[in-house]
Design a protein around this ligand. Structure first.
Ligand SMILES: C[S@@+](CC[C@H](N)C(=O)[O-])C[C@H]1O[C@@H](n2cnc3c(N)ncnc32)[C@H](O)[C@@H]1O
Length: 264
């Protein structure tokens, strides 16, 4: 798979704002630090363990997990620009020894069988066309007894067709009901399943998002964002589009956390 940074998100059918996020060095998932901590705890991350973070984006969660739980983290992402961005973040945080990032597709992971103690995906599988195939890959690369965890954006309240269309356009992703993610786990052969679903609270969300990066880094990311906004016409038009994300629809949105274990 190409390691060149001139590959665009649209080439893979991914939302165009991923290109902007790669340049800004900032991706996110609903639930922010809360969801990451919960996955780390459910997967019992600790020093000596190796985690695979699929769809690692800008590497912020991967670095947070490596720093907080002392484990080694390998990140893999489809977009070379994201991998570049994650490598820079790891170097800036002084965590390059604990972190490694590679280009790769969730549906065809570039790793041997039974390599990782745990695997997490944060707001990734909604973008993956063949979710069952990706799940088979996750199970293949995790060691027997290893934990697989997702956090994904969900509908907490059934939306009308219009609301679903508006949200899909504004966020670039298809939200699902919790049952879709729960069924993926139930049909996978994983054991010890855990599922929890949370509505979106705007106040908690702001705290959970900034909680993964810290105030100083958040300011630096904001600085990069404003520089891009001034210098890049494409970013300006994208922001007009993404900025239309309608707050009145937050009541329909939430995030789910799902984990299971590969049988021993
Ligand atoms: C919403 S971002 C989340 C990034 C990161 N997990 C986070 O929480 O900040 C989704 C990420 O998944 C990646 N992605 C989408 N489809 C993928 C696939 N098939 N294989 C690997 N990564 C993928 C995107 O490039 C993007 O970096």
């Amino acid at each position: 798979m190409s390691d060149q940074t001139n590959v665009r998100a649209a080439d893979y059918g991914l939302p165009m704002y991923f290109d902007m996020q790669a340049k800004m060095g900032h991706t996110k998932h609903l639930g922010g630090r809360y969801a990451t901590q919960k996955l780390a705890e459910l997967c019992q991350l600790e020093p000596g363990k190796t985690l695979l973070n699929v769809g690692s984006g800008s590497g912020i969660s991967a670095a947070y997990v490596a720093e907080t739980y002392g484990c080694r983290v390998v990140g893999v992402d489809l977009l070379p620009g994201m991998v570049e961005s994650a490598r820079s973040w790891a170097a800036a945080k002084g965590l390059a020894d604990q972190l490694e990032f590679r280009v790769g597709d969730a549906q065809d992971l570039p790793f041997d069988d039974n390599q990782f103690d745990a695997l997490i995906c944060e707001s990734v599988n909604a973008f993956v066309p063949d979710k069952e195939k990706a799940m088979r890959e996750y199970i293949r690369v995790v060691k027997p007894g290893g934990c697989i965890g997702f956090t994904e954006a969900i509908w907490v309240k059934a939306p009308s067709e219009t609301v679903a269309e508006i949200i899909a356009e504004a966020t670039g992703q298809q939200f699902h009901s919790p049952e879709v993610w729960e069924a993926l786990f139930q049909n996978s052969g994983l054991v010890d399943l855990h599922s929890e679903n949370h509505p979106l609270s705007v106040r908690d969300e702001a705290r959970n998002q900034s909680g993964l990066v810290g105030f100083r880094d958040y300011m630096k990311i904001l600085g990069r964002f404003f520089r891009l906004l001034f210098s890049d016409r494409e970013t300006r038009s994208l922001m007009r589009y993404v900025g239309s994300n309608p707050r009145q629809y937050f009541e329909y949105m939430g995030f789910g956390i799902y984990t299971g274990r590969k049988p021993k």
